[in-house]
Design a protein around this ligand. Structure first.
Ligand SMILES: *[C@@H]1O[C@H](CO)[C@@H](O)[C@H](O)[C@H]1NC(C)=O
Ligand SMILES: *[C@@H]1O[C@H](CO)[C@@H](O)[C@H](O)[C@H]1NC(C)=O
Ligand SMILES: *[C@@H]1O[C@H](CO)[C@@H](O)[C@H](O)[C@H]1NC(C)=O
Length: 422
């Protein structure tokens, strides 16, 4: 059987050949690498599958837009003959990393001396874990990448994997860092430094995708709206060095409307203050969009009022949600449940329109709730756009131009994420 690497180079060659005989002088547009994305119905988190090491270990990793690198559980049963620890003195070792050593031996991933230390972050665990940075071969899509730098530590007896999907063995970080997967893959495969995500609303309707190096081939029919990605000059990570900027993806929301009516929100909540507080970020580790209490209260009030205008019947709220409705009183449209439309007005004069499929969540057979949660009055970031709001939306992160492009609901185009898997 031909190796995946051979397939890839044959494909590249045939593309070059086609472009020669047709005498086009521009090189073919590089194809993004595609990873499948599934939704875990228990945790509402999203994960992908990839292969790592020799022999190849296939594992599910949770997708974290705010994760600085890839990490996995290298428990007792895990070993790999192609694994090389990143040494403390190596220039591949991030400047502020500690140096770790393993006296217990024998050597394996997670147990080596003079090794560049990695802090492994699972936002749902009660601790930050000290692990190792190492290099190994990564298999994804139809290709492989040698020398992927990732972190690992054995999970035995710790909360390392707590509250992740059952099959989850670690976290796939997509943040604005050198060690995040898209940046490492784009560099090694000479792909543009951008990636797109399309999160599925349910696995029954087909898987979604993560595209590294661009957007899906046939997404050109879909209009994307673009807004700048901004850098919060203050780290939002649980562990960082003084002066580090945040590596999470922030955008600027200027106002929020419900069915055309502007919600009264203090404008300062939308900007990032001189302590790094406020503003809007996107996080796939938050299942539901969490907003500062001073946004949550008027949003729930306004949404409920407009919902009642649509003859949606209010029922007792189901925690953690603030407004819930009798499912049988909600109509249907092409974009899902017929709910009041929420619009986020963004920097650059574009609007992210949120329809029922993204603004409501079914909590049982009879009740649908506004899929926003109260982030509290001390919320560090005022708006944290969560996974549910991103479902069946195509969202592209361009790390070169620092821009976010989004489709709003694909259902408007009679499409969903599973239609872009080619
Ligand atoms: C792991 O694999 C390496 C390289 O194949 C080998 O030297 C080492 O002894 C193995 N470690 C364990 C704990 O089996
Ligand atoms: C690491 O170094 C210590 C002290 O030199 C040694 O006892 C131990 O066996 C080494 N461990 C590994 C995994 O090489
Ligand atoms: C994209 O292409 C795939 C495979 O050719 C097709 O199944 C899908 O419907 C297309 N999606 C759209 C939105 O045109």
């Amino acid at each position: 059987m031909a190796s995946p690497t051979t397939h890839f180079s044959l494909l590249t060659l045939s593309l070059l050949f086609v472009s020669c005989i047709s005498e086009t002088h521009h090189t073919p547009k590089p194809r993004p690498l595609i990873l499948p994305v599934a939704k875990d119905s228990n945790t509402h988190l999203f994960y992908t599958s990839l292969g790592l090491g020799t022999p190849r270990h296939d594992m599910d990793l949770v997708i974290d837009l705010g994760g600085p690198f890839v990490w996995y559980d290298c428990d007792n049963s895990y070993n790999s003959s192609t694994y090389h620890p990143v040494h403390c003195e190596s220039r591949k070792c991030p400047g502020d990393a500690a140096c770790t050593g393993c006296t217990s031996g024998p050597f394996k991933p997670g147990c080596s001396n003079d090794t560049c230390g990695a802090f492994l972050i699972n936002p749902y665990a009660d601790a930050i874990f000290s692990g190792d940075f190492g290099e190994d071969v990564l298999f994804l899509s139809h290709t492989s990448l040698s020398g992927l730098i990732s972190g690992c530590t054995p999970s035995e007896g710790s909360s390392l994997l707590n509250n992740l999907p059952k099959s989850g063995k670690g976290i796939l970080g997509l943040a604005r860092t050198k060690l995040a997967l898209p940046t490492q893959v784009s560099l090694s495969h000479k792909l543009p430094r951008k990636f797109s995500i399309c999160l599925p609303s349910s696995n029954k309707k087909g898987l979604g995708s993560l595209f590294i190096g661009g957007a899906p081939q046939n997404a050109s029919k879909i209009t994307l709206f673009t807004t700048p990605l901004v850098v919060n000059p203050f780290s939002t990570a649980p562990i960082f060095s003084e002066g580090d900027p945040s590596y999470e993806y922030f955008i600027v929301v200027k106002s929020v409307k419900v069915d055309g009516g502007v919600i009264n929100i203090k404008p300062s909540l939308f900007s990032i203050d001189n302590k790094g507080q406020g503003g809007t970020k996107i996080s796939t580790m938050n299942p539901f969009t969490a907003v500062h209490s001073s946004i949550f209260k008027p949003l729930v009030r306004e949404f409920s009022k407009k919902a009642v205008d649509r003859k949606m019947r209010k029922v007792a709220p189901v925690a953690p949600f603030g407004a819930c409705f009798d499912f049988s009183t909600i109509g249907r449209t092409i974009t899902g449940l017929d709910a009041p439309t929420i619009e986020l007005e963004l920097e650059g004069g574009v609007k992210w329109t949120i329809y029922g499929g993204n603004s409501l969540v079914l909590v049982n057979k009879k009740v649908a709730c506004l899929a926003f949660v109260d982030g509290g009055k001390d919320a560090k970031t005022s708006v944290v756009i969560g996974g549910h709001l991103l479902e069946d939306n195509l969202v592209e992160f361009d790390l070169v131009s620092s821009k976010l492009s989004f489709s709003s609901s694909l259902l408007l185009h009679n499409a969903r994420c599973s239609h872009f898997r080619a």
